[in-house]
Design a protein around this ligand. Structure first.
Ligand code: BDP
Length: 648
């Protein structure tokens, strides 16, 4: 992706010595049909490819061969990436098969072109002009996704509008599908569960009602008439006010199966979101999705994937992995990540998210046994199931650089690469991206890569260190709001941090909400005790006394102060690194990133000062004198108001 927009070393220099390039499938190229490749093309699967040095009639050549056209395209993008990253011709050989079947970007884009939690301009889908005007940007988008292996897209917001399922919109969808198809991408739509009422003229959306069943069957037939390779539906049901099967006393499985049955004859898939909570306001929000969905394991149709957010709350800078990953052995799962940085500084803060994705993917669920990492649950090897998927809430909009922050595109890139191969190292992905996007000059790449690798941890430190979570300002989530106490309880900050005179943190151990019981035994024990819980998650699982001694030897309060301050220091170090790279890349992007890092440094201080002053009202302890003192009073911070914050 980035490589297509960046500068490539001359093609000839990279393949020199290889002689010629042979590209194709056995059907499209007689030369490819004659090649004896190992492994055999049939073994790489419908999306896989092989890149090999070959000898044909005594001539050396480089072959990019695949069983299908899309594999050839992926193979070519592999080659281009290798060349752009300066690989030697002998290092481009590869045998690749995507480990996950579904690799989807999900746009929270509304039909009026606003984007929920979008920080990069408006929606790129120009519904008003579609289907007659098909912007060339759609093809750029498709090509960018194909270059990183993304093979499907949800076009519309999970907070769905049933209108997209009406005939006029389906023709618009068909036009988009037509552009994406040659790039191996299938389109999905969000299905509003109450669509039978809103656009079908029915009085109910009950999944057991025959007229509702007929509505969805007819709707699926109508969609496939105009989009023959339609991917299927993504559904947010009975969550945050959305309609769902629960409105009729039916389970999530009954709701999902209703849609799955309508799609099945056409080969479509349902992504049913596990982001459900508030079935019981008294229950810890972190426990609710598991409570409701784990008992339904085995009840979902084969063409349903349960789409589970990486953590049990909501895309926080750091969360433990979602316990459902270890609890659904008879259900196909897709992990949902958020690239748009709703909780990580919008498109203003530099936060490279591959380390966050890695952290989830590498988490061992211990179900059924040790080594059952989330990555292995998703690719099906842990449970011996068909491969599942990875989806990500897109960070894409009409901004000239697509994603708002010049470095935010790295997250789109990293998502695609990790969804293709959940074993890739975050650092290697960053390296590729920097070389393809800016320059291959090691004087730039090394320091910039280290800066990227530090960046997410910096955000964790200045926003929510030690397992704190959901301290963001009300509703728009821009900036700190640890004092937020009004409104629905499980949307407030005080619900999550539970600060009092004794200490800080949410007790989810056996003495508290017992959310730890949703993890397999070794983890349940590890998370369940203050002494063994990783400090990075301490306040997620425990209410800890202010004078509790941390591993550093400091008290919890002093450690908290050090973590917040350390976060600011890390951003300053990033800024310093970036300034030192002046002259190694183009001025425009260097200035752009520099300006945003200055905002990030200011906002990191804002976070640190506001949170420490607020928590100090409970700890009643001084901020250690060796640390920078807050600039202002708590009231100054509480009084800050922002208008027209993007994304809502
Ligand atoms: C939350 C967002 C909200 C989304 C919701 C979801 O604040 O806008 O609708 O997630 O994932 O993070 O459905």
């Amino acid at each position: 992706m980035a490589g297509l927009l960046g500068a490539a070393p001359p093609f000839e220099s990279s393949v020199r010595g290889a002689g010629a390039l042979i590209v194709g499938t056995p059907r499209s190229s007689p030369l490819v049909a004659r090649l004896e490749l190992s492994p055999d093309l049939a073994e790489v699967g419908p999306e896989g490819f092989v890149v090999r040095d070959v000898v044909v009639d005594g001539h050396r050549a480089l072959a990019v061969a695949a069983p299908g056209d899309i594999g050839v395209l992926y193979g070519i993008f592999h080659l281009l990436r290798k060349m752009q990253c300066g690989a030697r011709p002998e290092d481009v050989a590869a045998t690749e098969t995507p480990r996950l079947r579904h690799r989807m970007l999900q746009h929270w884009d509304n039909l009026d072109r606003t984007v929920e939690r979008g920080y990069a301009g408006s929606s790129i889908w120009d519904w008003h002009k579609l289907p007659d005007y098909v912007s060339p940007q759609y093809e750029d988008y498709a090509r960018a996704n194909a270059s990183i292996g993304v093979n499907s897209v949800l076009l519309t917001n999970v907070n769905a509008n049933a209108l997209v399922l009406t005939e006029p919109y389906l023709h618009k969808v068909a036009a988009l599908a037509g552009v994406l198809r040659p790039y191996g991408m299938r389109v999905f739509l969000s299905a509003r569960f109450s669509a039978p009422i809103e656009i079908g003229g029915l009085s109910t959306a009950d999944p057991k009602d025959a007229s509702v069943v007929a509505f969805w069957r007819d709707k699926a037939d109508a969609i496939y008439r105009v989009v023959p390779d339609f991917g299927g539906f993504v559904v947010k049901a009975n969550s945050e006010g959305q309609p769902g099967p629960g409105d009729y006393g039916r389970t999530h499985a009954e709701g999902a199966n209703l849609l799955a049955d309508a799609l099945a004859p056409h080969g479509g898939t349902v992504f049913w979101r596990a982001f459900v909570y508030a079935n019981d306001g008294r229950e810890d929000r972190a426990r609710q999705a598991y409570n409701e969905l784990a008992p339904l394991d085995g009840e979902f149709r084969d063409n349903v994937l349960l789409q589970v957010k990486n953590g049990p709350i909501d895309f926080q800078p750091r969360e433990p992995f979602h316990p459902l990953f270890g609890a659904m052995p008879r259900t196909s799962l897709a992990a949902e990540f958020q690239l748009t940085q709703e909780y990580l500084g919008f498109a203003t803060h530099l936060a490279y998210l591959a380390p966050l994705l890695r952290e989830t993917l590498d988490s061992d669920t211990f179900a059924p046994g040790p080594g059952s990492t989330v990555a292995r649950v998703l690719d099906g090897t842990a449970q011996r199931r068909p491969a599942g998927g990875m989806v990500a809430v897109a960070n894409i909009g009409t901004d000239r650089n697509w994603c708002g922050h010049p470095f935010a595109q790295a997250n789109w890139f990293a998502f695609g690469r990790l969804a293709w191969n959940p074993g890739l190292a975050a650092e290697a992905i960053a390296d590729d991206w920097l070389r393809m996007t800016f320059t291959g000059d090691d004087r730039f790449v090394g320091p910039a890569r280290r800066m990227m690798m530090e960046s997410r941890e910096a955000v964790v430190s200045y926003m929510t260190p030690l397992g704190l979570h959901h301290l963001m300002a009300w509703d728009h989530h821009y900036g700190p709001g640890p004092w937020v106490a009004e409104g629905r309880a499980d949307w407030t900050s005080v619900y999550f941090h539970r600060a009092d005179e004794r200490g800080l943190g949410f007790d989810r151990s056996a003495t508290g909400s017992n959310a730890v019981a949703q993890y397999a035994p070794p983890l349940r024990d590890r998370f369940g005790h203050e002494g063994t819980c990783p400090e990075t998650l301490l306040l997620w699982f425990h209410h800890v006394a202010w004078d509790h001694e941390m591993r550093s030897g400091r008290s919890l309060w002093d450690e908290l102060c050090h973590r917040y301050s350390g976060g600011v220091d890390r951003v300053r170090a990033m800024l310093h690194t970036w300034d030192s790279l002046d002259g190694l890349i183009d001025d425009a992007r260097h200035r752009h990133v520099g300006a945003l890092l200055r905002v990030q440094e200011r906002e990191a201080r804002w976070w640190r000062d506001a949170c420490l002053l607020y928590f100090q009202t409970f700890s009643r302890r001084p901020i250690p004198p060796e640390l920078e003192a807050p600039a202002g009073t708590l009231d100054d911070f509480i009084r800050i108001r922002h208008h027209y914050v993007p994304g809502i």
